[in-house]
Write a protein of this length. Structure first.
Length: 273
């Protein structure tokens, strides 16, 4: 009887060992994933605090820092685009006229934040305009084609430029730079000795946080632009109409740097009422 029992145990041992090894492999993988997820969650929470501190550090810098950073980037862009066909005199004068209308209604503190605001019109079919730190604003001629000719199109153009001035006055460029630098430092310090999978997960989580931050800044720029437009007696309908003219986002809002355009237009109209 004992021999039979021992034989049974002996026969079962390889299978039992295989089962135990399989369970051990799965448990180890589960523990590693749990540690990676926990590390990512801790990193995201820490990065939120770090990003908040970095933005406040950027806001504490003098406006002259924005002007230096913006001019350096703007000069490089102007040199790059000087190889193409220049914008026409009519396009440039139109944009400069609308730009001066808006900057003339900036409060003294807002104007001081921009320093010497400057507008550059670039020949490019893309429908876009953007602001660099310090009030360097670029308009691509594709935007002029989208808004249409004056005078009706000027209301839309004015709305876009008011929005871009909001980015510059609220120092969104410098705040983004500060957050990016803080994230890079934190990633190297925290994940320097951790496997690539964890670092990749952390980078992806941080990117989503950056997208959310960008959407918040777009909303802030909308609000500033609407205020500036009302201050000049123009109203924010032009900005709302331009937003409605944009095509729907090809990706979910969670993965986009901009909030839904139609939602932004509705929000502006509700605020105006």
């Amino acid at each position: 009887m004992a021999a039979c029992y021992n034989a049974a145990v002996t026969d079962a041992t390889p299978a039992a060992r295989g089962f135990s090894a399989k369970q051990s492999w799965r448990r180890t993988l589960a523990e590693l994933l749990a540690l990676a997820v926990a590390a990512v969650l801790l990193f995201v929470a820490g990065r939120g605090c770090l990003g908040y501190a970095a933005e406040h550090a950027a806001l504490a810098m003098p406006p002259a820092a924005d002007a230096k950073v913006g001019k350096l980037a703007a000069d490089q862009l102007r040199r790059a685009h000087s190889l193409g066909a220049p914008a026409t005199e009519a396009q440039t004068k139109r944009c400069e006229r609308v730009f001066e209308e808006l900057t003339g209604h900036l409060l003294p503190a807002e104007a001081e934040m921009l320093g010497a605001a400057r507008l550059t019109v670039v020949t490019d079919a893309s429908v876009n305009a953007f602001a660099l730190p310090g009030g360097e604003v670029f308009v691509l001629t594709g935007l002029l084609d989208r808004v249409g000719p004056p005078p009706e199109g000027d209301a839309l153009l004015r709305g876009v430029l008011a929005h871009e001035l909001g980015h510059a006055v609220l120092r969104h460029g410098m705040r983004n730079i500060a957050r990016s630098v803080a994230f890079t430092i934190a990633l190297r310090v925290v994940f320097g000795g951790v496997d690539q999978l964890t670092a990749t997960l952390a980078a992806g989580a941080s990117q989503l946080d950056g997208l959310r931050n960008s959407r918040d800044m777009e909303t802030e720029a909308d609000d500033f632009g609407a205020t500036l437009l009302r201050r000049g007696g123009f109203g924010s309908e032009g900005l709302a109409q331009f937003l409605e003219s944009l095509e729907s986002q090809p990706v979910p809002e969670l993965l986009s740097t901009h909030p839904d355009a139609r939602g932004r237009a509705m929000r502006l109209r509700e605020a105006a009422r």
